[in-house]
Design a protein around this ligand. Sequence first.
Ligand SMILES: Cc1cc2nc3c(=O)[nH]c(=O)nc-3n(C[C@H](O)[C@H](O)[C@H](O)COP(=O)(O)O)c2cc1C
Length: 328
Amino acid sequence: MIDEPATDGVPALPDGVEPVDLLTGLCTTRAIRRFTSEPIPDADLATLCFAATRAPTGSNRQPFRLLVLRDGERATAAKALLGTSFRALWAAKREADGYDHGTGADTSSPKARQAATMERFVDRFEDTPVVVLACIRPWRGTDLTVGASVYPACQNLLLAARALGYGGVLTMWHGAVDAELHQLLAIPDDVVIAATVALGRPEGHHGTVRRRPVQELVFDGGWEQPAPWATEPPRHPPHGSSAPLGPDRLQAQFPAAEVPKPQVWRAKASRCWPATPASSSPSWFDRARPRSTSDDAFRARSVVGAVKSRRVSMSAARSGSASSAAAS
Ligand SMILES: Cc1cc2nc3c(=O)[nH]c(=O)nc-3n(C[C@H](O)[C@H](O)[C@H](O)COP(=O)(O)O)c2cc1C
């Protein structure tokens, strides 16, 4: 029986960790894929998990669970499974997204450096200090709205890591070994692994968060209606300029000038909003993931798969109603 917890108060920061204000944390939390070998002590990990579990969920149902993998026997075996899956899926993505072509051929280009970071991440996946499987028991199918009751917890986990000087990345690359993980870790069949979050102490420097200008992403009062008030806010050097980025980097993170927009992410972001309707043909992820007996189960369970098939069935329904309208 778990005692009824206290409902107020927030965790104390560990000694020596400077506070990071909320906006600074939100605007500077990068996807971290390079970790030192330093373990995350129990007390810090407890704080990260506590913060994650404070996330909102629909109707406050709290249907998610965090399965933490560190260095026990089963955890080690699970990390090895994940490492295999990560390497296979990254290799497929590398090929499909042409990481080695175009500017990627120049090893000093952002594209090539990104590929090198990914390569290192997957090669050393088993050494990741902490891996968290964010799981959810869907209570009404596996659509987008159900996912919304687990991903806020993932983001809280990453933000809390930022606050304590750690870093991490949310990934979906457990897909190829989903069934094997269920079996190994005794995860019930009706529980979905919604994300794999890698966590550790960041190694090296991590640059700025690169995002489209806010005006491109915000509409006012109607689809694609500009929001003239949605301007870039005045910026200042962030508070709490320590972990996980050095003060000089954080300073550089908030230049008055517009952030750079390298081709890599712009091209990817543009693909999300194509001029023509989204295709229902399989993505690189579907093509690359080894098909196994677990495949249908994965697809049925996968929040991502469900979102995709929902999109397809919605467009099928639309064209169906269009053709029946045409027939009548
Ligand atoms: C829904 C979602 C899925 C993601 N899947 C992966 C993944 O499978 N592998 C990976 O390395 N990173 C993955 N990421 C991390 C993104 O690539 C990263 O957050 C994004 O590129 C922005 O990085 P930045 O904050 O460092 O600029 C995912 C992030 C999200 C939110």
